[in-house]
Design a protein around this ligand. Structure first.
Ligand code: NAG
Ligand code: NAG
Length: 472
């Protein structure tokens, strides 16, 4: 008993002194592994005015990415409600997990396709949908704010006369009869036939092609499959397929529709591939006070800084972008997580999921390491499902542990401090990661973690790339 205690003491002493020298040396050489940030940078003043991204202002194939609540948005000045964000985010993740785990039985599928009100319920819900871009539709051009979503393909907007139902949106609802470039897609066209293979429901009304897209929960859009002119900043596309929604319902409030950036053939990058070569990139801003950008083609890519990892195909989804996470480091120290913890469920990158979801064992290892590094700060109550929170009242600077993800191909991506934390308020700042319920639920790289990175989707290269400082 005594000797085993001694051994423990020796090990502890060796470990502690080794840890101390390591830290001291790093501090002396100026090579610190954490990020020291001013606490005030996490809490932008509510009265701050909008700062536009120079990248989006100066690139012709680039759009400003705007947070839907904040000084850059014309949609709503309402402050984001954290409980609502987390609740809607949880719903999106649940819909992704149930779609990919095929929890629906064959009987569920049949009853869904026969149901008149809510077919195709196995789509992915919008979630919180925090980022919006403005795209011009029709002739004359009608500007509309659309969510952008790498998790789905079809682009759609609400259309007059809203034969079924339209929810309320900020901008006037698009009226196809006042656009000279609008045309209906016919029911017998190959485009209409391909709806089913793209995860949509095909219907016909007289000779017109009708699409129906379900987004899980009770959200859906249904209407004419149509062709229209799209204007992106100064680039014009004459005849892109889109959904002219006559019957729309769900949590899309205020926003006119969706810009689909998935991998499928109906997505915006696929349809504009002749011009942009199926390449796009974006940067999500550090706070709602700034705009980021969504840029099509290879304009402005930080070629020398970009690190790529291959995109993998996700079983049961032609839209989602699969990635292979192979490890996580905290302050440059790789966490001990067996590779199968990541390889069994696989992972995706998603612009529409807010908080990154990790396999339970990976999350546990990350939380332990993070808590250890944050032990000098006052713990605060959890903000479910976030369970590791701190009270920074009166704290001037914060040493945020450096969190890096390693991907297949040796690519290591270091997250910005703002990509590690979810800020409710000064007295409640939480580790912005959530454990999946089950070991085989897919991991999801969410949009908090992507903040300020340049994220590149290179279709022909079959890869996704990351570079730091992507919004500048
Ligand atoms: C598209 O179809 C609808 C429904 O039949 C019709 O009212 C509308 O005029 C058509 N639009 C065009 C441009 O043909
Ligand atoms: C906590 O604070 C003490 C005293 O300032 C410091 O020596 C120690 O390194 C800090 N611990 C961590 C984990 O930063």
């Amino acid at each position: 008993m005594k000797s085993s205690l001694n051994i423990v003491t020796i090990i502890l002493c060796v470990w502690l002194s080794w840890g101390r020298t390591d830290g001291a040396q790093k501090r002396e050489s100026g090579e610190v592994s954490f990020h020291r940030i001013q606490a005030s940078s996490l809490f932008p003043s509510p009265s701050s005015s909008c700062v536009l991204s120079p990248r989006a202002s100066n690139t012709k194939s680039s759009l400003h990415v705007v947070h839907r609540h904040g000084p850059c948005s014309s949609l709503s000045s309402k402050k984001a409600d954290h409980d609502e964000i987390l609740r809607l985010d949880q719903a999106r993740v649940k819909s992704i997990h149930s779609k990919l785990s095929k929890k629906l039985t064959a009987r569920d599928r049949v009853s869904q396709s026969q149901s008149t009100d809510l077919p195709a319920r196995d789509g992915i819900t919008f979630g919180y949908g925090n980022y919006v871009v403005t795209v011009g539709i029709g002739t004359p051009k009608h500007d509309l704010s659309l969510f952008f979503d790498t998790g789905s393909d079809i682009t759609w907007t609400q259309c007059q006369p809203c034969a079924g139902k339209c929810y309320s949106q900020k901008e006037p609802i698009f009226n196809p009869s006042s656009s000279s470039s609008y045309s209906n897609v016919s029911c017998s066209s190959p485009v209409c036939d391909s709806l089913t293979s793209q995860g949509l429901v095909k219907q016909c009304s007289a000779s017109n092609c009708i699409y129906l897209a379900g987004y899980g929960d009770k959200s859906f859009t249904q209407g004419f499959m149509a062709k229209e002119k799209f204007t992106l900043n100064s680039d014009v596309f004459d005849s892109l397929n889109f959904g002219c929604g006559q019957n729309n319902q769900g949590l899309f409030t205020g926003i006119a529709g969706l810009l689909g950036l998935g991998r499928g053939s109906f997505s915006f990058p696929s349809q504009t591939a002749k011009t942009y070569n199926n390449i796009f990139s974006y940067c999500l801003p550090s706070s709602p006070q700034y705009t980021g950008h969504l840029t099509f083609g290879s304009a402005g890519l930080s070629n020398s800084l970009l690190k790529y990892t291959p995109v993998s195909t996700v079983k049961d989804s032609s839209s989602l972008y699969g990635l292979d996470i192979v490890g996580i480091s905290v302050d440059d120290k790789e966490l001990k997580i067996p590779l199968t913890v990541f390889s069994t469920p696989g992972a995706i990158i998603d612009s529409g999921t807010v908080i990154t979801r990790l396999p339970p064992k990976a999350y546990a290892a990350l939380r332990t390491a993070f808590k250890e590094k944050m032990s000098n700060y006052t713990a605060a109550a959890g903000l479910p499902p976030l369970d590791t929170c701190y009270d920074f009242t009166g704290v001037e600077s914060i040493d945020v542990p450096k969190v890096s993800f390693s991907f297949k191909g040796g690519t290591v991506v270091e997250l910005e401090p703002i990509g590690v934390l979810f800020v409710a308020d000064r007295s409640q700042v939480c580790l912005a990661f959530i454990a999946n319920d089950k070991d085989d639920d897919v991991a999801i790289l969410g949009n908090v973690q992507q903040k300020t990175l340049q994220v590149v989707y290179d279709g022909p290269g079959g890869r996704v790339g990351f570079a730091p400082n992507g919004c500048n």
